[in-house]
Design a protein around this ligand. Structure first.
Ligand code: BES
Ligand code: MN
Ligand code: MN
Length: 457
């Protein structure tokens, strides 16, 4: 029998061909015109799992995009690992900033460049191949279930409802997820915190139609001016969010916890340089790791209105819009925060405009225990492959369904991600190093072996 390193070496080209096939399907969940691609990507996953050796694979229809479910139950007495991933990807705009076509993967400098190369096609593909290795060699040490969804980037609404319905089918000892980052290419980590999110859209209306800015300018509210003022007032001089009650439920980390968190390797200068910024900016009194890991935030993700075409047009627009996301931390409830934001935003609106607030989606934060069997199995697997003990980290990103898994299924997740900050997920030129892909496959194989052994006692 080949060991996992040999297996990867022998099958390297085939793995890349298969992953590239998945990446070439432009499965952008937020764009209606890609509906057929969502089914194609789900089908592709079903084939991957079948060929890898799953006993049963199904494309499960939902109110949204299909969920791919697969399993291999070798012995009902053995532990069950449930693998979660997503086949949907973010839009590719601004497309002219890409150095190659977003859906035509290209290898440059040892990295795969394409939308989804990391998030989450590359990362979830790791699990298909680790499973294939163990299934083909009849050395799978535990039962495995797969659930790969197509709506993570738009809030996982269908999956949340589906979990309630399929609770029994999804029973497992742990959920294993690769959709987060490592501290650095040689420094593995396990994510023990994810932020929650509340995402809303606001609409500010002045007059009922666009007006000549000379004839009416000075007498009628300009909704863009007003919206800009309202948004500016959402932070105070100390970088704190001014929404009433915003911080009420935040559980502060103990001083010891903060000290521990700040031990994670972090180079402020490199961080600034990698982003081309002179000075960082955030809430007073907190380090960068704290600002992104354990503090809640509010950001405008988009703002539009008025005339943005060629040349000049003198107009007072009728409407102005913004999309606003708040990242939340442990114990904050996204529904409550959305309500507080809405109340606050309406309360600061001057009478000269009408304001409408729409809640788009939300999800709770997640905190993972660092003393579970699965955590130890993951830590040991990472140490075996990278030669270093992984560092527990708090991530600023969100995977809202992870908290739902805990609430609905009663199962904790292990966030063993292989991405890097430099992978540019959601950005032009998203990429995934081949080393992350192959190290990932090796690590997951060790995870299964460690987990099965440690669960025996
Ligand atoms: N994989 C990311 C989340 C992530 C990235 C977590 C890096 C930790 C480190 C996921 O696909 C994602 O982008 N999530 C969205 C949430 C969603 C509700 C749109 C996010 O964080 O913006
Ligand atoms: Mn993702
Ligand atoms: Mn994403």
């Amino acid at each position: 029998m080949q060991d996992i390193k040999q297996f990867i070496e022998t099958n390297r080209q085939r793995f890349l061909d298969e992953l590239f096939g998945l990446i070439r399907i432009p499965s952008i969940s937020s764009e209606e015109k890609h509906k057929p691609d969502m089914v194609k990507a789900a089908d592709y996953w079903a084939q991957l799992l079948l060929k890898a050796g799953a006993d049963k694979v199904e494309l499960m229809p939902t109110t949204g995009n299909p969920i791919v479910y697969g399993e291999k139950i070798i012995n009902p007495g053995l532990p069950v690992v449930l693998v979660y991933g997503h086949y949907d990807v973010m839009p590719v705009d601004p497309v002219d900033l890409w150095n190659s076509q977003p859906f035509e993967p290209e290898i440059r400098d040892g990295k795969i460049f394409a939308r989804g190369a990391d998030d989450d096609k590359g990362q979830s593909f790791i699990h298909a191949k680790a499973f294939e290795y163990l299934a083909q060699n009849n050395t799978l040490p535990c039962n495995v279930k797969f659930m790969i969804e197509g709506e993570e980037e738009i809030g996982s609404a269908a999956l949340a409802a589906w979990c309630v319905e399929k609770k029994e089918m999804l029973s497992a000892d742990v959920i294993l997820v690769s959709d987060t980052m490592m501290v650095g290419p040689d420094t593995p980590s396990i994510t023990c915190g994810l932020r929650g999110i509340a995402y809303l859209e606001v609409e500010v209306t002045g007059a009922s139609r666009d007006l000549h800015s000379g004839i009416f300018g000075g007498a009628v509210a300009n909704p863009i001016n007003i919206l800009a003022q309202m948004i500016a007032s959402l932070h105070d001089a100390k970088g704190r969010v001014t929404v009433k009650g915003f911080y009420d439920d935040v559980t502060a980390l103990s001083e010891a916890g903060r000290a521990e968190l700040n031990k994670a390797p972090f180079d402020l200068n490199k961080y600034r340089q990698s982003l081309d910024i002179n000075e960082l900016c955030g809430e007073d009194g907190y380090t960068t790791l704290e600002r992104t890991g354990i503090r809640p935030t509010l950001d405008v993700c988009g703002i539009w209105g008025g005339y943005t075409g060629e040349g000049a047009k003198t107009v007072i627009p009728s409407k102005a819009y913004a999309k606003i996301s708040m990242r939340l931390v442990a114990n904050q409830d996204h529904e409550k925060i959305a309500r507080l934001f809405t109340e606050h935003f309406l309360s600061i609106a001057p009478d000269c405009v009408k304001v409408k607030v729409t809640n788009l989606h939300g999800g709770q934060a997640y905190v993972s225990p660092t003393d579970s069997t699965a955590f130890r199995a993951a830590a040991k697997a990472l140490e075996t492959v990278f030669g270093k003990r992984p560092i527990p980290v708090y991530s600023g990103g969100s995977i809202p369904i992870i908290a739902t898994f805990e609430r609905v299924l009663g199962i904790k997740s292990i966030l063993m991600g292989f991405g890097l900050d430099s992978d540019a997920i959601h950005s032009p030129n998203e990429n995934f190093p081949l080393s992350s892909l192959f190290n990932g496959i090796e690590t997951v194989v060790h995870f299964y072996e460690n987990f099965a052994r440690m669960m025996k006692g």
